[in-house]
Write a protein that binds this ligand. Structure first.
Ligand SMILES: Cc1ncc(COP(=O)(O)O)c(C=O)c1O
Length: 364
């Protein structure tokens, strides 16, 4: 049996709508973009939603919208996919890496205050693997200190915290439609906000900073090109039509993994707090060295020999040469021991059984 870590699933009208966009000759802008933005605006209950070229440019746009300037500080978790800090470097901002919670692996509100300084302009909670950060506590700290919050929801589209979708809490929220994500357009993303002012700025920066209301080719600000194409949006619209199937299949996959792996000696699943109703993007767990003395990387190799593709946890920022500043013991521990297993909606229960049995056989 060969089981990939991820696989894009097409459930409905993807080919039809992409073909329609191509045949319409509207391949850059077009009505599928409007539809995609409106679909998300409604479901996320946001006043403004902009489709963008990917989840990284969504974060870049959020920084530009907030008017962040060189040497401003942004607080980001030291364990996560590091797009938010990479973009910070591109803009001359200073990413300040914060510890995460040892169980949920998300930005820890307990540790957060010590990373905030007079230069902090934004906090970026990154909702990792489908989990959602403790947004009540994070928003309380941010409001008290008058700091903007950008929620990076790339891995947690449609996960809920206290009954609200992640992305509902911060000043700006960003999403990714990259190939592995819950909804995909190949590459793509969204940025959402309730602020008229932020939206106006981000709209300008998304498309060369040009203000067409003044004149064609009038650059109001030095913008970029962060646009999504109409034919990619067409794929997103088709995926969105099948969101109920996608979400219920992802839930099934998560429940099935839990049946096999909860309470197993030597394996600890990422903790999901009771306030969180997750849409798991990647099933992730920590391996205890006592039960897996060969180490996580060897386990990845052993599973590969059985035809199962898995992935290690993200490198903690403090383990990377480009970022190494201060050590982050919790992030580093998670980084060294986390393994994520195949997770995608069409993964069958029999395949999940096979993955779990093979993993358990590697346990001492
Ligand atoms: C948490 C997180 N943020 C941002 C990104 C970047 O998104 P994209 O690949 O669409 O640029 C990713 C990964 O894809 C991610 O996992």
């Amino acid at each position: 049996m060969q089981i990939p870590w991820t696989k894009p699933d097409f459930w409905g009208n993807e080919i039809k709508y992409v073909t329609d966009a191509l045949e319409s000759s509207w391949i850059s802008g077009g009505t599928y973009l409007d539809k995609l933005e409106n679909d998300f605006k409604k479901v996320l209950d946001k006043k403004h939603v902009l489709a963008v070229s990917n989840g990284t440019t969504a974060i870049h746009l959020a920084y530009l919208g907030l008017g962040l300037k060189p040497n401003d500080e942004v607080v980001v978790p030291g364990f996560s996919f590091l797009a938010a800090s990479n973009i910070a470097l591109h803009m001359g901002l200073k990413p300040v890496f914060a510890e995460v919670d040892p169980d949920t692996w998300c930005l820890s509100p307990k540790h957060l205050p010590k990373y905030i300084s007079s230069k902090t302009k934004a906090i970026i909670p990154i909702h990792t693997y489908g989990n959602v950060c403790n947004m009540n506590k994070i928003m309380r700290i941010a409001k008290e200190k008058k700091i903007a919050v950008i929620e990076d929801c790339a891995e947690s589209l449609f996960s809920k915290y206290k009954g609200n979708y992640c992305g509902s809490f911060g000043n700006i929220s960003t999403f990714s439609f990259q190939a592995t994500k819950t909804i995909t357009t190949g590459e793509g993303g969204l940025v959402a906000t309730d602020s008229e002012d932020l939206n106006k700025k981000m709209m300008l920066y998304r498309s060369h900073g040009m203000d067409r209301s003044k004149s064609f080719y009038w650059h109001e600000v030095p913008g970029h090109n962060f646009r999504l194409t109409n034919f990619q949006a067409a794929m997103g619209v088709a995926q969105f039509e099948k969101i109920n199937v996608i979400l219920s299949e992802r839930k099934r996959v998560y429940e099935e993994y839990k049946k096999h792996l909860t309470g197993v000696d030597g394996i600890v699943l990422q903790k999901i707090e009771k306030d969180v109703d997750p849409v798991i993007w990647a099933l992730a767990l920590k391996l205890h060295s006592k039960n897996f003395p060969q180490g996580r990387d060897k386990v990845i190799e052993q599973l590969r020999e059985k035809g199962i593709e898995t992935r290690p946890g993200f490198f903690a920022s403090s383990l990377l040469k480009i970022y190494k500043k201060h050590s982050l013991p919790i992030c580093e521990n998670i980084s060294r021991h986390v393994l994520s297993l195949p997770t995608f909606p069409s993964l069958k229960n029999a395949e999940i059984s096979f993955v779990c049995n093979e993993l358990l056989q590697l346990r001492k």
